[in-house]
Design a protein around this ligand. Structure first.
Ligand code: MN3
Length: 223
């Protein structure tokens, strides 16, 4: 099979650059998606360009979880850029112009169980994002633990919770490039505005997916 030179692709936004106004402004979205995210994709493809197909053809998730198999000279570059690519791909889906409602279904119940109620969860998510020192990300993750399935975590740089065995449900980007043009140094206001565009349907879909994988794993006999 002939592997194309550019395996990794910048995903199209599912909405217009201006669609998240006034909470996330068009100029920030355009720069963030078309310049920042695009640059991670380009750098990832460039780093992999001269590698054999066995590495070059791997999906982004595989690269993230198998960095020890990536040749040492390009490992750090791949790690940073594959994280940047995956995290931003999740971020665009975590927001929607039709967002801002409350979570329903299983994820809504799980949030109530884990955090008391939605407002408590939102406060703690904002607080965690505000406290993240320097560039990073704030996440709601599925722990794959039936008793306490939900947790808020932060990661530095472009690290992704999958590296710790945690499954991302919802994410916000707290790098300055995500908010500085509109919110300047007021990261807390940016984190608060996120709730007006949050895509609970997508988070719920990911929650159901995580639960389904736990059921499937439990049903698979161990060798
Ligand atoms: Mn970013």
């Amino acid at each position: 099979m002939n592997i194309p030179a550019t395996i990794h692709q910048l995903p199209a936004l599912g909405y217009a650059m201006s669609a998240l106004e006034p909470y996330i402004d068009e100029r920030t979205m355009t720069l963030h998606h078309d310049q920042h995210h695009a640059a991670y994709v380009t750098a990832l493809n460039e780093a992999l360009a001269s590698e054999p197909n066995a590495i070059r053809s791997k999906p982004a998730e595989w690269l993230l979880l198998n960095l020890h198999e990536v040749p040492e000279p390009i490992r750090t570059t791949v790690r940073r850029n594959v994280g940047g690519h995956l995290n931003h791909s999740l971020l665009w889906l975590a927001m929607t112009p039709h967002g801002g409602s409350a979570p329903s279904g299983a994820i809504g119940e799980a949030i109530d169980q884990s955090f008391g109620r939605l407002k408590n969860f939102q406060d703690r998510f904002e607080e965690a994002g505000s406290r993240q020192f320097g560039s990073g990300w704030v996440w709601l993750v599925h722990t794959r633990n039936g008793d306490r399935p939900l947790k808020i975590v932060t990661t530095a740089g472009h690290d992704n919770p999958l590296e710790q065995g945690l499954y991302p449900l919802l994410v916000n980007d707290v790098w300055e490039h995500a908010y500085y043009l509109k919110h300047q140094n007021r990261r807390n206001e940016f984190l608060h505005d996120f709730w007006s565009v949050v895509n609970w349907a997508e988070a719920g879909r990911r929650f159901d997916q995580a639960m389904q994988s736990i059921v499937l794993e439990a049903a698979t006999p161990h060798q």
